[in-house]
Ligand binder design. Structure first.
Ligand SMILES: Cc1cc2nc3c(=O)[nH]c(=O)nc-3n(C[C@H](O)[C@H](O)[C@H](O)COP(=O)(O)OP(=O)(O)OC[C@H]3O[C@@H](n4cnc5c(N)ncnc54)[C@H](O)[C@@H]3O)c2cc1C
Length: 260
Protein backbone atom coordinates (compact mmCIF):
# COMPACT_ATOMS: atom_id res chain seq x y z
CA UNK A 1 0.00 0.00 0.00
CA UNK A 2 1.19 3.47 -0.90
CA UNK A 3 -0.14 6.41 1.12
CA UNK A 4 -1.18 9.22 -1.23
CA UNK A 5 -2.74 12.69 -1.07
CA UNK A 6 -5.48 13.76 -3.50
CA UNK A 7 -4.15 16.31 -5.99
CA UNK A 8 -5.91 18.87 -8.15
CA UNK A 9 -4.46 20.02 -11.48
CA UNK A 10 -6.10 22.69 -13.62
CA UNK A 11 -5.69 21.44 -17.20
CA UNK A 12 -7.64 23.89 -19.31
CA UNK A 13 -9.39 27.24 -19.22
CA UNK A 14 -11.45 29.24 -21.75
CA UNK A 15 -9.80 31.19 -24.56
CA UNK A 16 -11.26 33.97 -26.74
CA UNK A 17 -10.88 34.02 -30.49
CA UNK A 18 -10.27 37.79 -30.60
CA UNK A 19 -10.65 37.94 -34.39
CA UNK A 20 -14.07 36.30 -34.28
CA UNK A 21 -15.15 38.47 -31.36
CA UNK A 22 -14.07 41.64 -33.17
CA UNK A 23 -16.06 40.60 -36.25
CA UNK A 24 -19.12 39.87 -34.12
CA UNK A 25 -18.84 43.22 -32.31
CA UNK A 26 -18.56 44.96 -35.68
CA UNK A 27 -21.63 43.11 -36.94
CA UNK A 28 -23.69 43.93 -33.87
CA UNK A 29 -22.72 47.62 -34.05
CA UNK A 30 -20.35 47.84 -31.08
CA UNK A 31 -16.87 47.72 -32.69
CA UNK A 32 -15.31 49.76 -29.88
CA UNK A 33 -16.63 47.68 -27.00
CA UNK A 34 -14.00 46.34 -24.65
CA UNK A 35 -13.91 45.03 -21.11
CA UNK A 36 -11.60 44.97 -18.12
CA UNK A 37 -12.48 41.31 -17.45
CA UNK A 38 -9.50 39.62 -15.75
CA UNK A 39 -9.92 36.34 -17.63
CA UNK A 40 -11.13 34.98 -20.96
CA UNK A 41 -13.91 33.04 -19.24
CA UNK A 42 -15.28 36.19 -17.63
CA UNK A 43 -14.98 38.07 -20.93
CA UNK A 44 -16.87 35.32 -22.77
CA UNK A 45 -19.68 35.33 -20.23
CA UNK A 46 -19.92 39.12 -20.36
CA UNK A 47 -20.16 39.05 -24.16
CA UNK A 48 -22.84 36.35 -24.01
CA UNK A 49 -24.79 38.27 -21.38
CA UNK A 50 -24.56 41.65 -23.13
CA UNK A 51 -25.69 40.01 -26.38
CA UNK A 52 -29.06 39.28 -24.75
CA UNK A 53 -30.04 42.99 -24.57
CA UNK A 54 -27.40 44.41 -26.94
CA UNK A 55 -26.16 46.20 -23.85
CA UNK A 56 -22.66 46.83 -25.18
CA UNK A 57 -23.33 50.57 -25.16
CA UNK A 58 -26.32 52.81 -24.44
CA UNK A 59 -28.69 53.26 -27.39
CA UNK A 60 -27.58 50.22 -29.39
CA UNK A 61 -30.93 48.86 -28.34
CA UNK A 62 -33.26 51.89 -28.07
CA UNK A 63 -34.81 50.32 -24.96
CA UNK A 64 -31.47 50.45 -23.16
CA UNK A 65 -30.39 53.94 -22.08
CA UNK A 66 -27.97 52.94 -19.33
CA UNK A 67 -25.56 50.01 -19.08
CA UNK A 68 -23.48 48.53 -16.28
CA UNK A 69 -19.86 49.52 -16.87
CA UNK A 70 -17.04 47.09 -16.21
CA UNK A 71 -16.73 43.36 -15.84
CA UNK A 72 -17.03 43.27 -12.03
CA UNK A 73 -20.31 45.19 -11.79
CA UNK A 74 -21.70 43.35 -14.80
CA UNK A 75 -20.92 39.84 -13.56
CA UNK A 76 -21.97 40.62 -9.98
CA UNK A 77 -25.37 41.57 -11.32
CA UNK A 78 -25.57 38.39 -13.44
CA UNK A 79 -24.98 36.36 -10.26
CA UNK A 80 -27.39 38.48 -8.22
CA UNK A 81 -30.29 38.14 -10.67
CA UNK A 82 -29.43 34.42 -11.13
CA UNK A 83 -29.00 34.68 -14.91
CA UNK A 84 -27.36 31.28 -14.58
CA UNK A 85 -27.47 30.04 -18.16
CA UNK A 86 -25.12 32.84 -19.27
CA UNK A 87 -22.52 31.55 -16.84
CA UNK A 88 -22.56 28.16 -18.57
CA UNK A 89 -20.51 29.41 -21.54
CA UNK A 90 -17.14 29.15 -19.79
CA UNK A 91 -15.66 25.76 -18.92
CA UNK A 92 -12.61 24.66 -16.95
CA UNK A 93 -11.01 21.20 -16.94
CA UNK A 94 -9.39 19.59 -13.90
CA UNK A 95 -7.46 16.39 -13.28
CA UNK A 96 -8.33 14.98 -9.87
CA UNK A 97 -5.39 12.66 -9.26
CA UNK A 98 -5.02 10.13 -6.43
CA UNK A 99 -8.64 10.54 -5.46
CA UNK A 100 -10.57 7.51 -4.24
CA UNK A 101 -13.37 5.65 -5.93
CA UNK A 102 -15.45 7.02 -3.05
CA UNK A 103 -14.72 10.49 -4.42
CA UNK A 104 -15.32 9.61 -8.08
CA UNK A 105 -18.62 7.93 -7.25
CA UNK A 106 -19.77 11.14 -5.56
CA UNK A 107 -18.55 13.60 -8.18
CA UNK A 108 -20.25 11.78 -11.07
CA UNK A 109 -23.60 12.45 -9.39
CA UNK A 110 -23.23 16.04 -10.62
CA UNK A 111 -24.47 15.61 -14.16
CA UNK A 112 -25.51 19.07 -15.34
CA UNK A 113 -22.74 20.97 -17.14
CA UNK A 114 -19.99 18.38 -16.78
CA UNK A 115 -17.80 16.12 -18.93
CA UNK A 116 -16.04 13.18 -17.31
CA UNK A 117 -13.28 10.71 -18.18
CA UNK A 118 -12.41 8.21 -15.49
CA UNK A 119 -9.46 5.83 -15.23
CA UNK A 120 -10.70 2.42 -16.36
CA UNK A 121 -10.10 -0.33 -13.86
CA UNK A 122 -11.22 -2.83 -16.49
CA UNK A 123 -8.03 -1.93 -18.37
CA UNK A 124 -5.63 -0.76 -15.66
CA UNK A 125 -4.59 -3.73 -13.50
CA UNK A 126 -4.18 -3.13 -9.79
CA UNK A 127 -0.78 -3.88 -8.33
CA UNK A 128 0.37 -1.53 -5.58
CA UNK A 129 -2.76 0.19 -4.28
CA UNK A 130 -2.63 3.90 -3.43
CA UNK A 131 -4.73 5.04 -0.48
CA UNK A 132 -5.48 8.37 1.13
CA UNK A 133 -5.85 7.58 4.83
CA UNK A 134 -8.52 9.69 6.58
CA UNK A 135 -7.26 11.49 9.72
CA UNK A 136 -9.46 9.47 12.11
CA UNK A 137 -7.66 6.31 10.99
CA UNK A 138 -4.23 7.87 10.51
CA UNK A 139 -4.24 9.13 14.08
CA UNK A 140 -5.20 5.80 15.65
CA UNK A 141 -2.33 3.25 15.36
CA UNK A 142 -4.62 0.26 15.89
CA UNK A 143 -7.13 1.40 13.26
CA UNK A 144 -4.26 2.25 10.88
CA UNK A 145 -2.81 -1.24 11.30
CA UNK A 146 -6.17 -2.84 10.37
CA UNK A 147 -6.56 -0.46 7.43
CA UNK A 148 -3.09 -1.26 6.08
CA UNK A 149 -3.54 -4.99 6.61
CA UNK A 150 -6.78 -5.05 4.58
CA UNK A 151 -5.18 -3.10 1.72
CA UNK A 152 -2.10 -5.36 1.75
CA UNK A 153 -4.37 -8.44 1.64
CA UNK A 154 -6.26 -6.88 -1.22
CA UNK A 155 -3.01 -6.34 -3.14
CA UNK A 156 -2.01 -9.94 -2.44
CA UNK A 157 -5.42 -11.12 -3.65
CA UNK A 158 -4.94 -9.25 -6.94
CA UNK A 159 -1.54 -10.84 -7.44
CA UNK A 160 -2.69 -14.35 -6.45
CA UNK A 161 -5.71 -14.21 -8.73
CA UNK A 162 -3.54 -12.91 -11.57
CA UNK A 163 -1.27 -15.97 -11.05
CA UNK A 164 -4.13 -18.47 -10.69
CA UNK A 165 -5.87 -17.07 -13.78
CA UNK A 166 -2.54 -17.00 -15.68
CA UNK A 167 -3.18 -13.47 -16.91
CA UNK A 168 0.35 -12.81 -18.21
CA UNK A 169 0.83 -13.46 -21.91
CA UNK A 170 -2.88 -13.57 -22.72
CA UNK A 171 -4.35 -11.35 -25.49
CA UNK A 172 -5.34 -7.89 -24.34
CA UNK A 173 -9.12 -8.48 -24.52
CA UNK A 174 -8.77 -11.49 -22.19
CA UNK A 175 -6.62 -9.49 -19.78
CA UNK A 176 -9.36 -6.87 -19.75
CA UNK A 177 -12.05 -9.40 -18.81
CA UNK A 178 -9.88 -10.83 -16.01
CA UNK A 179 -8.77 -7.40 -14.74
CA UNK A 180 -12.39 -6.35 -14.53
CA UNK A 181 -13.33 -9.53 -12.67
CA UNK A 182 -10.46 -9.16 -10.17
CA UNK A 183 -11.17 -5.51 -9.35
CA UNK A 184 -14.43 -6.52 -7.68
CA UNK A 185 -12.59 -7.30 -4.48
CA UNK A 186 -10.58 -4.06 -4.54
CA UNK A 187 -11.21 -1.50 -1.78
CA UNK A 188 -13.48 1.49 -2.42
CA UNK A 189 -10.80 3.87 -1.18
CA UNK A 190 -8.20 3.00 -3.85
CA UNK A 191 -6.52 5.96 -5.51
CA UNK A 192 -7.53 6.68 -9.07
CA UNK A 193 -7.88 9.55 -11.55
CA UNK A 194 -10.81 11.41 -12.99
CA UNK A 195 -10.72 14.24 -15.53
CA UNK A 196 -13.56 16.64 -14.87
CA UNK A 197 -14.74 19.54 -16.99
CA UNK A 198 -17.40 21.87 -15.68
CA UNK A 199 -18.88 25.20 -16.61
CA UNK A 200 -18.81 28.12 -14.19
CA UNK A 201 -22.42 27.61 -13.11
CA UNK A 202 -21.74 23.98 -12.26
CA UNK A 203 -18.46 24.86 -10.57
CA UNK A 204 -20.23 27.37 -8.33
CA UNK A 205 -22.88 24.84 -7.37
CA UNK A 206 -20.53 21.93 -6.79
CA UNK A 207 -18.10 24.02 -4.70
CA UNK A 208 -21.04 25.12 -2.56
CA UNK A 209 -22.57 21.63 -2.20
CA UNK A 210 -19.34 19.72 -1.75
CA UNK A 211 -17.61 21.95 0.79
CA UNK A 212 -20.58 22.10 3.13
CA UNK A 213 -19.92 20.48 6.52
CA UNK A 214 -22.16 17.47 5.74
CA UNK A 215 -20.11 16.49 2.67
CA UNK A 216 -17.50 13.71 2.79
CA UNK A 217 -14.08 14.94 3.93
CA UNK A 218 -12.09 13.97 0.81
CA UNK A 219 -14.46 15.72 -1.60
CA UNK A 220 -14.52 18.73 0.74
CA UNK A 221 -10.72 18.93 0.62
CA UNK A 222 -10.66 18.66 -3.17
CA UNK A 223 -13.38 21.25 -3.74
CA UNK A 224 -11.81 23.65 -1.26
CA UNK A 225 -8.77 23.50 -3.55
CA UNK A 226 -10.98 24.00 -6.62
CA UNK A 227 -12.52 27.04 -4.91
CA UNK A 228 -9.07 28.54 -4.27
CA UNK A 229 -8.11 27.96 -7.92
CA UNK A 230 -11.34 29.41 -9.29
CA UNK A 231 -11.12 32.52 -7.13
CA UNK A 232 -7.79 33.26 -8.80
CA UNK A 233 -8.89 32.13 -12.26
CA UNK A 234 -12.07 34.18 -12.42
CA UNK A 235 -12.28 36.63 -9.50
CA UNK A 236 -15.42 38.36 -10.75
CA UNK A 237 -17.28 35.05 -11.02
CA UNK A 238 -16.05 33.42 -7.80
CA UNK A 239 -15.08 36.43 -5.69
CA UNK A 240 -18.19 36.11 -3.51
CA UNK A 241 -17.04 32.71 -2.15
CA UNK A 242 -15.62 33.02 1.37
CA UNK A 243 -13.82 30.29 3.33
CA UNK A 244 -15.41 29.47 6.68
CA UNK A 245 -13.11 27.36 8.92
CA UNK A 246 -14.54 24.01 10.03
CA UNK A 247 -13.53 22.17 13.24
CA UNK A 248 -11.59 19.51 11.29
CA UNK A 249 -9.27 22.12 9.73
CA UNK A 250 -11.00 22.16 6.33
CA UNK A 251 -13.04 25.08 4.99
CA UNK A 252 -16.57 25.49 3.80
CA UNK A 253 -16.70 27.83 0.79
CA UNK A 254 -19.88 29.81 1.11
CA UNK A 255 -21.05 32.10 -1.75
CA UNK A 256 -23.09 35.30 -1.39
CA UNK A 257 -25.13 34.22 -4.39
CA UNK A 258 -26.18 30.67 -3.67
CA UNK A 259 -27.16 28.29 -6.52
CA UNK A 260 -27.57 30.55 -9.53
C1 LIG B 1 -23.73 16.41 1.66
C2 LIG B 1 -24.30 15.51 0.61
C3 LIG B 1 -24.82 14.26 0.96
C4 LIG B 1 -25.36 13.42 -0.01
N1 LIG B 1 -25.87 12.21 0.36
C5 LIG B 1 -26.41 11.38 -0.56
C6 LIG B 1 -26.94 10.11 -0.23
O1 LIG B 1 -26.95 9.71 0.92
N2 LIG B 1 -27.45 9.32 -1.20
C7 LIG B 1 -27.48 9.73 -2.51
O2 LIG B 1 -27.96 8.99 -3.36
N3 LIG B 1 -26.97 10.91 -2.87
C8 LIG B 1 -26.43 11.75 -1.95
N4 LIG B 1 -25.92 12.95 -2.33
C9 LIG B 1 -25.92 13.29 -3.74
C10 LIG B 1 -27.10 14.26 -4.10
O3 LIG B 1 -28.34 13.66 -3.85
C11 LIG B 1 -27.02 14.67 -5.58
O4 LIG B 1 -27.24 13.54 -6.40
C12 LIG B 1 -25.69 15.26 -5.95
O5 LIG B 1 -25.29 16.21 -4.99
C13 LIG B 1 -25.80 15.91 -7.31
O6 LIG B 1 -26.40 17.17 -7.17
P1 LIG B 1 -27.62 17.66 -8.05
O7 LIG B 1 -28.78 16.75 -7.93
O8 LIG B 1 -27.82 19.09 -7.67
O9 LIG B 1 -27.17 17.46 -9.56
P2 LIG B 1 -26.35 18.35 -10.57
O10 LIG B 1 -26.10 17.52 -11.77
O11 LIG B 1 -25.17 18.98 -9.88
O12 LIG B 1 -27.38 19.43 -11.02
C14 LIG B 1 -27.33 20.80 -10.70
C15 LIG B 1 -28.75 21.32 -10.63
O13 LIG B 1 -29.37 21.22 -11.91
C16 LIG B 1 -30.74 20.87 -11.75
N5 LIG B 1 -30.94 19.52 -12.35
C17 LIG B 1 -29.98 18.64 -12.69
N6 LIG B 1 -30.51 17.53 -13.22
C18 LIG B 1 -31.83 17.73 -13.22
C19 LIG B 1 -32.94 16.92 -13.61
N7 LIG B 1 -32.77 15.72 -14.16
N8 LIG B 1 -34.17 17.40 -13.45
C20 LIG B 1 -34.37 18.63 -12.91
N9 LIG B 1 -33.37 19.45 -12.50
C21 LIG B 1 -32.12 19.00 -12.66
C22 LIG B 1 -31.02 20.85 -10.26
O14 LIG B 1 -31.45 22.13 -9.85
C23 LIG B 1 -29.65 20.53 -9.69
O15 LIG B 1 -29.47 20.91 -8.35
C24 LIG B 1 -25.37 13.81 -1.37
C25 LIG B 1 -24.85 15.07 -1.73
C26 LIG B 1 -24.31 15.92 -0.76
C27 LIG B 1 -23.75 17.25 -1.20
Amino acid sequence: MKQVEPQVFLLARPAINEEGLASYLQAVGAPNWDTDAPSAGEKLIEVAGRSCYRSFEPGLNPNVTKIREGSKAYLENILKVKHGSVVEHANWTFAFFNVSRVFTHEIVRHRAGTAISQESLRFVRLTEIGMWVPPEIRENPEALAIFEEVVRKSEEAQQRMADVLAIEGRPFHEKKVLTSAMRRVAPDGLATTIIWTANARTLRWVIEARTEPGAEVEIRMVFARVAEIMKKEAPHLFGDFKPIPLPDGTHQWQPDHSKI
